[in-house]
Design a protein around this ligand. Structure first.
Ligand SMILES: [Zn+2]
Length: 258
């Protein structure tokens, strides 16, 4: 016997299945990440249609199975993030964040804290907070989920917690200037970039209103995070390549304006 229950969820991805049906991956508060089967109808605007769009949050009336696919039967309180759905830039960042969450999380692993963080992050992008900062915060947080969180609290050699610092792959964490000589191949990152990366590892999304960064600082942060991901995570997500290309177009458009 199946039993219907209400679950809070946000859509991570949607894939068409055969002609009319859908496979929808939700991140739910109660059950973690789960794949659902949604039966479509001849009517392309069937009633569940809006609830299973990417970047939508809702209460789903679902039949949760302990293995295999679960089923969405109905929905209520559907809240689309409409600005993310329609703005190509916001969409690109949010797609990457959701794909990263998908890659970082195991199925059916309950993580209410991350569920709320993901919703807060999407809401922040929806309401025009800087998506590059939100993306960087998630990338730093997800390092822990990939099991590779470096020591960001202070120098790995002496425990000093006041910067400036640089990052060392050899020691999997920060070095203070006293200990720079122990790793010649440290990142040689800007101290500002390291400062913000440390901040991103602890900041909550309600505090990000107060963070605004210059373009050069964001580029410095980006270099460090990309290097951390290349060395330790090694994902090759299409959505990340899209963001990289997007920056190239932006630069090209700017050059034409000059
Ligand atoms: Zn030190």
């Amino acid at each position: 016997m199946s039993q219907l229950e209400e679950v809070e969820g946000v859509v991570l991805s949607v894939r068409k299945h055969r002609e009319r049906d859908y496979l929808v991956k939700l991140f739910t508060g109660q059950y973690g990440k789960l794949m659902f089967f949604v039966r479509g109808t001849k009517n392309p605007n069937f009633k569940l249609k809006s609830a299973i769009q990417p970047f939508t949050r809702a209460t789903y009336i679902a039949d949760i199975r302990s293995e295999g696919l679960s089923f969405i039967r109905d929905s209520k309180n559907v809240q689309p993030y409409s600005s993310i759905q329609t703005d190509i830039f916001k969409n690109a960042y949010s797609t990457y964040i959701c794909q990263l969450a998908d890659a970082a999380m195991d199925d059916r692993k309950v993580d209410v804290n991350l569920f709320h963080q993901l919703i807060s992050g999407l809401e922040a992008i929806e309401t025009d907070r800087d998506p590059e900062i939100i993306m960087a915060i998630f990338e730093i947080r997800f390092l822990a989920y990939f099991g590779v969180m470096p020591e960001l609290r202070g120098c790995v050699r002496c425990g000093l917690t006041e910067g400036p610092f640089d990052y060392s792959s050899k020691f999997h964490g920060l070095l203070c200037p006293q200990h720079f000589h122990e790793d010649e191949r440290r990142f040689h990152a800007s101290p500002r970039a390291i400062h913000f990366i440390r901040l991103f590892s602890v900041v909550t999304f309600d505090k990000i209103n107060t963070i605004s960064l210059k373009k050069e600082t964001k580029e410095d942060i980006r270099r460090v995070i990309d290097q951390l991901y290349d060395e330790m995570v090694g994902l090759n997500l299409k959505s990340k390549r899209f963001i990289n290309n997007m920056h190239q177009w932006e630069n090209m458009l700017k050059r034409e304006d000059d």
